[in-house]
Structure formats: structure tokens, C-alpha cells
Design a protein around this ligand. Structure first.
Ligand SMILES: Cc1cc2nc3c(=O)[nH]c(=O)nc-3n(C[C@H](O)[C@H](O)[C@H](O)COP(=O)(O)OP(=O)(O)OC[C@H]3O[C@@H](n4cnc5c(N)ncnc54)[C@H](O)[C@@H]3O)c2cc1C
Length: 284
């Protein structure tokens, strides 16, 4: 189907994008890579009056170190995340996650900010941002604010972001002992189930664990029961994997679709939690 008619504007800076959104008075919509928004416009599920293109704002792109943390600009395309030397050295789970997204065309156009703003229940980044306890940085007409990833992802395609706000970046403390494991849908490579695990290991013991889950529920969540069970356990792969095998047990309202039923997804949560944890420990 052909989208409804719309005006097109290109923003040159974050402030310019926020001002253009305000001027559009509720009819404006940001477009970054367009890989999620354009299909919705073609189905007329989204009919913006004005598209505000943020794909060429220099300050939104790039991976950098800030005060010991790593910050990724919201306009950074998945390919740049997947091939970042900084991420590969300091926090390989993020590059690994980006590398699993879609195909080369999607990875060269789609952006981190677009992915988390859209919040598809099968998107990959949310699981990893949850496991890293990342913060989402947002700019709007009322100024700048920061939201923890665990509060940002709220429901199906629903995040803590107002229509007149723009995501500028995500920021997290780098963790080397972290990994992402995903059962992917063969055609699109979206996650049927994806688990990211980040571990704090000291003296052969798991001091703390954070696990983010995507694909299985309406939105990405932390696997808090597994996190609690892992704290204080020996940091050997078999002991950790035994706890993770039960990761799907307490979940309710699992997704069911043509790709996988709810029971299968529940079983796969345990399998992919184990894989993520084993891979994380192997990086320690
Ligand atoms: C064939 C195909 C396969 C895919 N496979 C996967 C996959 O395996 N895993 C996966 O995770 N994803 C997958 N995707 C989704 C892909 O990662 C998209 O790029 C991503 O979801 C949206 O990013 P975008 O930059 O294209 O956003 P757009 O489509 O431009 O925008 C999406 C939404 O985000 C808003 N938005 C964009 N940027 C910002 C910002 N900075 N601040 C606030 N709001 C913003 C827009 O207004 C819009 O509502 C796939 C997509 C396709 C088409």
C-alpha cells in the first residue's frame, strides 16, 4: 500500500529536531533508518503529517567512552555497533548483539535509537541493555532526562518516551563477562527468544548476575528469579547452567505465533539462558 501524504524535513541537530517536533504539534514523527516506521506507514498504521529525518545528525552517531562508561549515540547504525573496536574490547556483548540483527541492509540503515523507541517484542538490543543496566538518555522541550532501561521498556511497543522527545544515546558501565544468545526467526532474524547475561565474578564466585530476556513476552524484562538464584553460586559453567535451565518456569503470558508456541518459547528461555551464561563465563 502507498503511505498517506506527508511533509518531509531534515533536522540538522538535536535541538533542531526537538524544535521541529514541537512545531509539528503532535503530527510530527522522527525517522532514523526507516526500517520499522516505513512498513507501518505503508500499512497506514502510522500516518504522520510531518516526517523529521534525524539520520544525518552528527552528534547522534558514534560509540565513545565518557567518564569510564560507554555511550552509543541513538543514531548509530547496527553495523557501526557490531564493528566498534571499543565495544569489542571493553563490552563485546553489545557488538555481538548488533551483529545478530537482520541482514546487511538492515544493519547499515537501522539505528539503536530507532530499535529501542519502536520496542518490537522480538528486538535484540532491549535484552542486552537490560543486562547491562543501561540508561537511556532523552532530550525534549522540557530539557534532558535519563531513564533506566528496566523502566524504559514498559509494554508491547510501549516505552517511557513522549511524542515530543528524542532519544539521544544509551550509556552503560562496560562488562566483559557478558554474552547474548538468540534463537532467531529464520527469515527476518528477529529473536524468537533472546537472552543476554552479564556477570560480576570474583574469587570463583558469582557476586551478581543480570539477565535480560526478549522475544518471549510482550516486552523485554529482567529474569530476576534466575539472577537471585545465581548470586553466590560457584562461577563454573555447569553450576550456573543448572540454575539457568529453569529460567522459563515462572514466566506467564508467553508469546505464541506461527514461529513458536508458548511452551516451546518457555523451554527455549532455559536453553538460551544457559548458552548466554556459558558464553559470558568463557569471556571472564
Ligand atoms: C527485514 C528486517 C529484519 C529485521 N531484523 C531484526 C532483528 O533481527 N533484530 C532486531 O532487533 N531488529 C530487527 N529489525 C528492526 C531493525 O533493527 C530496525 O532498524 C529498528 O527496529 C528500527 O530502527 P530504525 O532506525 O530503522 O527506526 P525507524 O524505522 O526510523 O523508527 C522507528 C521508530 O522509532 C522512532 N525513532 C527513531 N529514532 C528515534 C530517536 N532517536 N528518538 C526517538 N524516537 C526515535 C521513530 O519515530 C519510529 O517511531 C529488522 C527490520 C527489518 C526490516
Amino acid at each position: 500500500m502507498i503511505p498517506s501524504a506527508f511533509d518531509y524535513e531534515r533536522a540538522t541537530s538535536v535541538d533542531d529536531a526537538v524544535a521541529r517536533l514541537a512545531a509539528a504539534g503532535g503530527a510530527g514523527k522522527l525517522i532514523a533508518g526507516g526500517h520499522s516506521l516505513v512498513p507501518l506507514m505503508k500499512l497506514r498504521l502510522n500516518e504522520p503529517g510531518t516526517l523529521i529525518d534525524i539520520a544525518r545528525i552528527p552528534e547522534l552517531a558514534g560509540v565513545r567512552e565518557v567518564d569510564g562508561a560507554i555511550e552509543i549515540g541513538a543514531g548509530t547504525v547496527h553495523h557501526a555497533v557490531a564493528t566498534s573496536d571499543l565495544l569489542r574490547a571493553r563490552c563485546p556483548v553489545v557488538a555481538e548483539t548488533a551483529a545478530t540483527i537482520g541482514d546487511p541492509q538492515v544493519r547499515n540503515r537501522g539505528t539503536l535509537g530507532g530499535s529501542i523507541a519502536h520496542a518490537d517484542p522480538a528486538a535484540d538490543y532491549p535484552a542486552t541493555l537490560l543486562a547491562l543496566d543501561a540508561e537511556v538518555r532523552i532530550q525534549g522541550p522540557r530539557g534532558a532526562r535519563t531513564v533506566a532501561a528496566r523502566d524504559f521498556f514498559q509494554d508491547l511497543f510501549t516505552v517511557d518516551l513522549a511524542g515530543d522527545e528524542l532519544i539521544t544515546a544509551v550509556r552503560f558501565a562496560p562488562v566483559r563477562t557478558a554474552a547474548y544468545a538468540k534463537l532467531y526467526q529464520r527469515a527476518s532474524r528477529f529473536a524468537i527468544v533472546g537472552v543476554a547475561a552479564a556477570l560480576d565474578v570474583a574469587g570463583g564466585t558469582v557476586r551478581s548476575a543480570r539477565l535480560g530476556l526478549t522475544g518471549a513476552l510482550s516486552h523485554a524484562v529482567r529474569l530476576t528469579a534466575v539472577e537471585e538464584a545465581l548470586a553466590g553460586r560457584p562461577a563454573d559453567a555447569d553450576s550456573v547452567a543448572a540454575e539457568a535451565a529453569r529460567a522459563g518456569d515462572g514466566l506467564s503470558d508467553l508469546n505464541a505465533d506461527i514461529h513458536a508456541g508458548a511452551d516451546y518459547r518457555r523451554a527455549m528461555v532455559g536453553v538460551f539462558a544457559q548458552r548466554a551464561l556459558r558464553a559470558a563465563l568463557a569471556r571472564g
